[in-house]
Design a protein around this ligand. Structure first.
Ligand code: PMT
Length: 473
């Protein structure tokens, strides 16, 4: 896991040679960095000025002021799984630092101070969804003040630090703290060296990172279950390809197969066995805990009509999102044994090799795929758009699988995919694939009540702004 740790004091300039600061030596934060490194974690240490050497093996970001610390934290936070804020950040800074050394004058000098950025307090607002750990340095009402801080700042854990004595706390080798958990009883720890306490704190963080409905792991942690589910469902539908298929429902423009239901049940079993607290939102229905933050978006057979008619172009599409944030996308074509994988913040792959959208920037050289939706208004709109594009692009295709269309845009086989009425399970994995491959895949709400969307995804280079605007952009 990636631990982001802050340490040491900050210095807030009064003038070029004077500053406001505190007695933090950095020992607690550096001990945490050493303990996390020793436990095999990746560490980024953001440190105010201290006399300590940078811990070997850590990414070291030295800073001076609270503003600099806030900026350094902002760069590391998006990739952190655990953030521990042990720094003693100045709460106030001179509102108007003097550009030149302040001259001594008779009488009192009045300073106007302004608040510094609350780095810990803004982590959640900045979108950090990992484990958030703060310190509370208190000289009175230790536990009550610590719990208030925990609630106010959205922390999972506060290390409550009594700093009223001189043998522990600021600039001492030992410390005495109580761990105050958001979910669980307080854990007072005996006085010990900062390193010994750091090992306990890092251990507590590691325990808290065991999957739970409110905790997020790095996207790659969810990948094995998603790939297993996609491959097993793919094997099931391939094994039944060309056989007599049970039809559950015949719509004017669509079919619902009994095999869709079986394939989704298989995917559901695999995903919920690995993540029992998660929710499933699939073309064939809901399962799991629908109050969970984590939702698997599943299309067990994308391209069902192709499948039924014996056209070997269909796939399994699985995405995981937390809130609105898509963390993972897997699209598997069982006929070609092609596995497309995207993780938020990573490079997308096709059968393990990195992929990227095409470099084609002109419609005249573009290959575009479209899908036709199933109501008169969108068919009419789609036909108008299609005839306009037909004369502008090199070729158009209507392939019958939205997810594979988007996967093909992500790997550069196609340059754009456009469809006016589409469901989330058709496009969720494709959105992450296209975006991580360097393209654009904005999702426009077409009908909120029916949960229908419009999609115009592309390599991001083609001039398709007019179509995006038409679709609600
Ligand atoms: O560095 P040492 O000499 O080893 O001393 C260790 C320590 C006493 C500094 C450390 O154990 C400790 O208690 N650190 C927190 C000190 C502090 O500033 O506490 P606070 O209660 O004022 O702040 C609460 C939390 O908000 C802290 O996690 C702090 O890092 C964070 N904070 C505070 C102000 C601010 N502007 N931004 C913040 O992120």
């Amino acid at each position: 896991m990636h631990f982001l740790i802050t340490a040491g004091p900050t210095r807030e300039a009064l003038d070029p040679v004077r500053y406001l600061s505190n007695r933090s030596s950095g020992k607690m934060g550096y001990a945490l960095a050493a303990a996390a490194l020793a436990a095999g974690h990746r560490v980024t240490l953001v440190s105010g000025p201290t006399a300590l050497p940078a811990p070997p093996g850590a990414a070291f970001l030295p800073v001076t002021s609270a503003a600099e610390m806030a900026a350094a934290v902002a760069t590391a936070l998006p990739s952190a799984d655990v953030a521990i804020f042990a720094a003693a950040v100045a709460d106030y800074r001179p509102a108007h630092p003097a550009p030149h050394k302040i001259k001594k004058t008779p009488g009192a000098l009045t300073l106007t101070l302004e608040p510094t950025p609350d780095i810990l307090g803004s982590a959640r607002a900045a979108g950090f969804s990992g484990l958030l750990v703060g310190f509370a340095a208190e000289t009175e009402n230790l536990l009550a003040n610590a719990r208030q801080k925990l609630l106010r700042k959205g922390c999972d854990l506060i290390v409550a630090n009594d700093v009223s004595g001189s043998a522990t706390g600021f600039d001492a080798d030992d410390n005495e703290v109580t761990l105050v958990f958001a979910r669980g009883p307080d854990r007072p720890l005996p006085r010990a060296s900062k390193l010994a306490l750091a090992e306990i704190i890092v251990g507590a963080c590691t325990e808290l990172m065991v999957p739970s409905p409110s905790m997020s792991l790095p996207p790659a942690s969810y990948l094995p279950a998603a790939v297993d589910a996609a491959r097993q469902a793919g094997a099931l539908i391939k094994a039944n390809y060309g056989s007599d298929l049970g039809v559950n429902e015949t719509l004017q423009y669509d079919l619902k197969l009994e095999l869709d239901v079986r394939a989704q049940a298989l995917i559901t079993d695999i995903l919920l066995a690995a993540f029992p607290q998660h929710a499933i939102y699939g073309e064939e229905g809901l399962a799991g805990d629908q109050s969970s933050d984590f939702q698997w978006i599943v299309d067990p057979i994308d391209g069902t009509v192709n499948y039924f008619y014996g056209i070997p172009h269909f796939c399994v599409s699985i995405a995981l999102r937390r809130g609105q944030d898509i963390l993972l996308g897997v699209i598997y074509d069982p006929m070609l044994d092609e596995l497309f994988v995207a993780e938020k913040g990573g490079l997308p792959t096709l059968n393990g090799k990195p992929i990227r959208v095409s470099p084609r920037a002109h419609l005249a050289e573009a290959m575009i795929t479209v899908g036709f939706s199933k109501n008169k208004e969108s068919i009419d709109n789609g036909m108008r758009r299609f005839s306009r594009l037909l004369t502008q692009v090199r070729k158009t295709r209507m392939l019958g699988s939205a997810a594979l269309g988007m996967a093909y845009v992500a790997c550069g086989r196609l340059d754009a995919y456009i469809e006016e009425v589409i469901s989330l399970w058709d496009v969720a994995a494709g959105i992450l694939l296209v975006e991580t491959a360097g393209g654009r895949a904005p999702l426009f709400v077409k009908d909120a009540a029916l949960q229908k969307y419009s999609m115009c995804c592309s390599n991001g280079l083609l001039p398709l702004a007019d179509i995006e605007t038409e679709m609600g952009g």
